[in-house]
Design a protein around this ligand. Structure first.
Ligand code: LIP
Length: 282
């Protein structure tokens, strides 16, 4: 079937970004092999950044901007440094240089370089690369999803009672937020007797694992566009669903996400979560 392009040069954008991400992977892997990182905190004590996050983001943006001067960027560390989020119709790269920074700092090998591409505010391509485990997830709209070049498919699980779920709590530790997480966890694990619970400490890896079908669904509140943009394309192209936890269409700027291998499972999980409101960003 012919692919419906949002921009005639989309393939060139994607292929160029892919080579850059592979180079960035070498930076992350070399830094990961060092005994420790220089760590700073951002918005809170639980919101970490390292020199490697900053160096990788700078390298990706510099490379992409030199090749595509008219493109825009939304990068985690640039925003942390004070840049405003501007989400326009222009081709926009949404970048998390290391998703799973706490894992990186603690040398837990679940980290991912995330590069998503939106055109006219539609997510068109995603690259999620864990250079430590050598897992490279890629997708472009209409082309399917791949891991290290091989096609991947989300699971066909339709019931929470048969599902391995990922419910994750991020940097926000307000009592209200933590309580809502506990309520959701109890609903899924106690009332609905889910088969299991995992949480990998990286939204992108959680989603990529839903995409490859080894886990069935994932939900998180408080995440940012750079945590989910790239992986959202991968999950959808693998046959899964990515929605707002309340059941409506995903707003990548909405700071919350639910994804699952099937719509039925997504709906059941949505119905049991204690929902939290966030002000959309951008
Ligand atoms: C992190 C996410 C993680 C989430 C944290 C944070 P970072 O991103 O991947 O899943 O729980 O709130 O957003 O800061 O490591 O790039």
């Amino acid at each position: 079937m012919p692919v419906d392009y949002a921009h005639p040069e989309e393939d060139r954008f994607f292929n160029f970004a892919l080579e850059l991400v592979k180079k960035a992977g070498r930076l992350v892997r070399d830094a990961f092999d060092q005994p420790s990182s220089n760590v700073q905190t951002k918005a809170s004590n639980t919101d970490l950044v390292t020199e490697t996050d900053q160096a990788v983001e700078a390298m990706l943006i510099k490379g992409l901007a030199a090749e595509f001067p008219e493109h825009k960027f939304i990068g985690e560390e640039s925003v942390a440094g004070g840049q405003k989020i501007e989400y326009t119709n222009a081709p926009t790269w949404i970048i998390d240089p290391i998703d799973g920074t706490t894992n990186f700092v603690h040398r837990i090998p679940m980290v991912a370089i995330c590069v998503g591409l939106a055109i006219k505010k539609e997510l068109r391509a995603g690259i999620v690369y864990n250079p430590i485990t050598n897992e490279l997830f890629t997708a472009q709209v209409g082309r399917g999803a791949f891991k290290n070049g091989f096609p991947i498919k989300s699971s066909q699980t339709e019931a929470v009672s048969k599902a391995v779920l990922l419910l994750q709590i991020g940097a926000d530790r307000s009592e209200k937020f933590v309580n809502s997480f506990i309520e959701s966890y109890k609903a899924a694990m106690v009332k609905s007797d889910a088969r299991g619970h995992r949480s990998f400490g990286s939204a992108a890896i959680n989603m990529a694992y839903v995409a490859q079908g080894c886990v069935d669904a994932y939900a998180e509140y408080g995440i940012h566009a750079w945590d989910i943009a790239a992986a959202a394309v991968i999950v959808k192209e693998a046959g899964g669903v990515v929605i707002d936890p309340l059941g409506s269409e995903l707003n990548v700027m909405g700071r919350k996400v639910l994804c699952a291998g099937t719509r039925k499972l997504a709906d059941e999980l949505s119905g049991m979560l204690t929902h939290v409101d966030f002000e959309p960003e951008g």
